[in-house]
Ligand binder design. Structure first.
Ligand code: GLY
Ligand code: MN
Ligand code: MN
Length: 468
């Protein structure tokens, strides 16, 4: 056993949709401080002997000039703390440190209260608020990072994550950059390669949701699903992609969701064949399919639902043929969502149905490699839409997406009658002890149910303002 403490430093930056510290509201119905505390304890027990884990919250990200992106905490940091402010760091010691006659297992460093900034940007908790609202005992200001409490930080021998290099500059990130810089005062072994140990621990923990997480996550799925149903009703010839995006996001907000879990994808016609199409700029839609991959973020957790429906409210023969293959593939994929079975079995089951269906329609030859289903069939879902989690055996408490698709872009080497058809159907599946539970089952997806729902009037038709 090393006489040194091993410090593993993890900085995770989401690649988009970040930050500004503004407007902190602590959700009355989100995860409890007890949840976060228990998660820290579970993590602590998995650290190597004398190890310490250090996490930093996300930086603020500048949008343009003096406007920032809405702040989104780092998911690992939020999972372990519930804290939603930048310029913060968390240290968890594997073996408690005796400091001032007290056992210290964990320390959180936060930004100070600042009445002037708070008038502009919203309330900060400050050390006292973090103690009171988040239940931390040892809270220090961020300018004391690795200096308080009084202990010999020099005995720390950390492993540095290469992700350190990813720190972005900018006026709002100086404090974070300063904290990270301070880690260089520790006894860092520069030759230590990127350390994935902490990532692996976090992956295992976050992949299996606790009952408290499931409650919040299921709410995110319900909100996302209800928004889809309202969008079905609002789609009539003449609408725009962006207006339909607005219907989804209006329902999210009206139901209390704070954000979308990822950039909303609303693509009509050939746009439905672009996997991560987020421009959503096509107007005056008249015919063809519209693919909607949209999910709400509720108390940090994201839904991830896709439905594809006909703009006219009725599927054409070709659209129906492709749609039915994808629907059958989805059901085959969901059937493969069983505890103890292999994650890859879901993809194999769905892909087999897609391949056979395409052969039957004469779109590909038996055994032919094709590009009509170019993505995997699913991923973990949670605080991140593509959540942390391994792709081995399925366990009760995991939540996955199953999302087969067929995309035939214009110009493809098939009869032009198939061009511009893009279909994806995506459900959110909880693995249970007995099998699985489809959390998004209530969102219509058979041809008949979709066509029936689309006959109803939606919020767009009831708007009082002229959309001109
Ligand atoms: N919404 C992105 C995905 O389905 O993976
Ligand atoms: Mn997905
Ligand atoms: Mn999706």
């Amino acid at each position: 056993m090393s006489k040194y403490f091993k410090v593993i430093i993890l900085i995770c930056f989401a690649s988009w949709a970040m930050p500004d510290l503004y407007a902190q509201s602590y959700f009355a119905d989100g995860l409890s401080p007890e949840f976060h505390k228990e998660r820290r304890e579970v993590l602590r027990k998995q650290l190597p002997a004398n190890g310490a884990a250090i996490f930093f919250n996300n930086p603020v990200k500048n949008r343009s000039n003096d406007t920032e992106f809405t702040y989104r905490p780092n998911s690992d940091f939020f999972y372990l703390t519930g804290f939603r402010e930048p310029n913060a760091a968390l240290v968890i010691f594997q073996s408690p440190q005796m400091i001032g006659g007290k056992e210290v297992k964990e320390i959180i460093y936060v930004q100070p209260r600042d009445p002037l900034r708070e008038q502009w940007d919203g309330e900060r908790l400050g050390p006292e608020g973090v103690k009171e609202k988040l239940g931390f005992e040892h809270v220090y200001l961020n300018n004391e990072f690795l200096q308080s409490p009084e202990m010999d930080w020099n005995k720390v021998s950390p492993f540095l994550s290469m992700e350190m290099a990813a720190i972005e500059g900018g006026k709002h990130n100086e404090v974070l950059a300063g904290m990270v810089e301070k880690t260089s005062l520790l006894n860092i072994k520069a030759e230590v390669p990127r350390n994935n140990q902490l990532v692996n621990i976090m992956e295992k923990m976050r992949a299996v949701k606790t009952p408290e997480e499931l409650e919040v996550l299921e709410r995110a799925v319900v909100i996302s699903g209800k928004a889809h149903i309202e969008a079905f009703r609002s789609i009539k010839p003449g609408v725009s992609e962006r207006a339909i995006q607005g219907v989804h996001e209006f329902v999210h907000k009206a139901m209390g969701a704070e954000e979308v879990g990822y950039g909303s994808i609303v693509g009509a016609g050939n746009n439905a064949t672009i996997l991560h199409y987020v421009e959503n700029h096509k107007t005056s839609l008249q015919e063809g399919l519209i693919l909607m991959d949209v999910g709400a973020e509720y108390r940090g957790y994201s839904g991830d639902i896709t439905r594809t429906v006909p703009i006219k409210g009725v599927f054409s023969e070709e659209e129906k043929a492709i749609y039915q293959i994808v629907l059958d593939a989805l059901e085959a994929g969901i059937a493969a969502c069983q505890p103890g079975s292999d994650f890859q079995a879901i993809d194999r089951a769905a892909r087999r149905v897609v391949d056979e269906g395409l052969v039957k329609l004469g779109l590909v030859n038996e055994g032919e490699k094709h590009r009509f289903f170019p993505h995997g069939t699913g991923h973990h879902l949670g605080l991140d839409v593509h959540d942390r989690g391994g792709y081995g055996k399925l366990e009760p408490g995991m939540v996955l997406t199953v999302e087969p698709g067929i995309y035939i872009p214009e110009g493809s080497d098939v009869d032009p009658k198939w061009w511009g058809i893009g279909v994806r159907i995506e459900d959110n599946i909880l693995i249970t002890k007995e099998g699985n539970k489809n959390l998004s089952e209530f969102v219509p997806k058979t041809v008949e149910d979709i066509e029936a729902t689309m006959k109803e009037e939606g919020v767009l038709q009831r708007l009082q303002v002229e959309l001109e």
